[in-house]
Design a protein around this ligand. Structure first.
Ligand SMILES: [Mg+2]
Length: 233
């Protein structure tokens, strides 16, 4: 049994554990299934592009996207996400991500997903890839189990990721300040700045510059080679 004193390693999902943005894969899936229109898909893709560049008011974008799911059953959306994840995403775990997860698990560390994606995806990904927990957004449902279109604040993005990770650690034990955090995006700078071991994975150009300046290790997880050596430093 792992105690509350076992070290924590946090992992971003999109463009870190997997090389793709899973939001984009989801939008494509929803478009194919006819759940959203071409226009809605195009708008969502634009948001995702701006999000990747950290140029977006994510709060507003998320609220608009979630409005589309107002009245949808929480459990139905969970089931639909699980089928999609197992078919379209599960096999995309990067080789270096697998090596890093295995290394942390072998040290007895707890691996926690820290993602701006949905709770449905975070939960199924955590089970599938053998992590110990997850921190994500939370969508509000009413007493009948239908989504209200609201999202719990703070959104699990930027400084909100740190707030939510701290909350998870307070509940499950462990220290964010002493943890590892693996991510690709400059939007995760607030969390990178509070952890003891920031680790940068296939970063966006702006984060690459920041990481080089601060001497943060930069990893390439497209192959398993070397992933562990850098985790360990
Ligand atoms: Mg990311």
């Amino acid at each position: 049994m792992k105690s509350s004193h076992t070290p924590l390693a946090f992992f971003d999902l999109d463009r870190t554990l997997v090389a793709e943005n899973t939001g984009r894969l989801w939008v494509e899936h929803e478009r194919r299934e006819g759940t959203i229109s071409s226009l809605q898909a195009a708008r969502a893709m634009l948001w995702l592009g701006l999000y990747h560049l950290s140029l977006i008011d994510l709060d507003r974008a998320y609220s608009q996207a979630l409005a589309h799911y107002r009245g949808v059953s929480d459990s139905a959306l969970r089931a639909r996400t699980e089928v999609w994840f197992l078919e379209q995403v599960a096999h995309r775990l990067q080789p270096g991500a697998r090596a890093a997860l295995d290394w942390h698990r072998a040290q007895g560390h707890r691996c926690v997903m820290l993602t701006n994606s949905s709770p449905y995806q975070a939960a199924v990904a955590t089970r599938t890839w053998g992590l110990d927990g997850w921190v994500s957004n939370h969508f509000v449902a009413n007493s009948a189990g239908l989504l209200t279109g609201e999202i719990e604040r703070p959104i699990c993005y930027g400084a909100g990721k740190t707030t939510r990770a701290e909350r998870w650690a307070a509940e499950h034990g462990g220290s964010v300040a002493e943890s590892w955090f693996y991510t690709d995006s400059l939007s995760d700078l607030p969390m990178l700045e509070v952890v003891a071991r920031p680790r940068i994975v296939q970063p966006d150009p702006r984060l690459r510059r920041v990481a080089a300046r601060r001497g943060w290790p930069i990893l390439d997880w497209r192959s398993a080679d070397g992933a562990v050596a850098i985790c360990d430093r």
